[in-house]
Design a protein around this ligand. Structure first.
Ligand SMILES: CC(C)(COP(=O)(O)OP(=O)(O)OC[C@H]1O[C@@H](n2cnc3c(N)ncnc32)[C@H](O)[C@@H]1OP(=O)(O)O)[C@@H](O)C(=O)NCCC(=O)NCCS
Length: 108
């Protein structure tokens, strides 16, 4: 995670990132290997939030994806797609207008 942030306009601030991650509004989906020691291979952190998504100033209820991270050796196997699909399903279930996220322009 650090690597992605260092190369971005956000910069890397571990203290504020930790605060953001463990905020009481944060929700997680964690993906572990099925076999012991059930290593964590991916996660997404999201919040139910409101965002101005139109120019008319209306705040829409959204699922905001703050983080999606797939471990290096698990990438490109469809897990990212599955997690984004899960966020869409959660948004639909709770009648949110959309799923939002911020994308880095630089990636190391
Ligand atoms: C970005 C990330 C979440 C994608 O997850 P993933 O499980 O590897 O993605 P999937 O296997 O579901 O890939 C779906 C499609 O996304 C695109 N894609 C995924 N990684 C890509 C890459 N590095 N470059 C270009 N396209 C990519 C491809 O179109 C891919 O389909 P394909 O494999 O059939 O070509 C994962 O690579 C990751 O955790 N990266 C580091 C952290 C990060 O950048 N997070 C996002 C910002 S918070």
């Amino acid at each position: 995670m650090r690597q992605s942030y260092v190369g971005s306009s956000f910069g890397w601030d571990p203290r504020s990132k930790k605060k953001e991650l463990f905020h009481t509004d944060s929700r997680f989906i964690l993906v572990r290997q099925t076999e012991a020691p059930r290593t964590l291979v991916a996660y997404t952190m999201f919040r139910f939030d409101h965002e101005e998504t139109m120019e008319d100033g209306i705040m829409d209820p959204v699922v905001y994806c703050y983080e999606i991270q797939i471990s290096q050796d698990t990438r490109r196997s469809g897990l990212g797609t599955v997690l984004m699909g899960d966020l869409e399903a959660i948004a639909r279930k709770w009648k949110m207008k959309k799923v939002m996220l911020t994308v880095f322009r630089s990636q190391s």
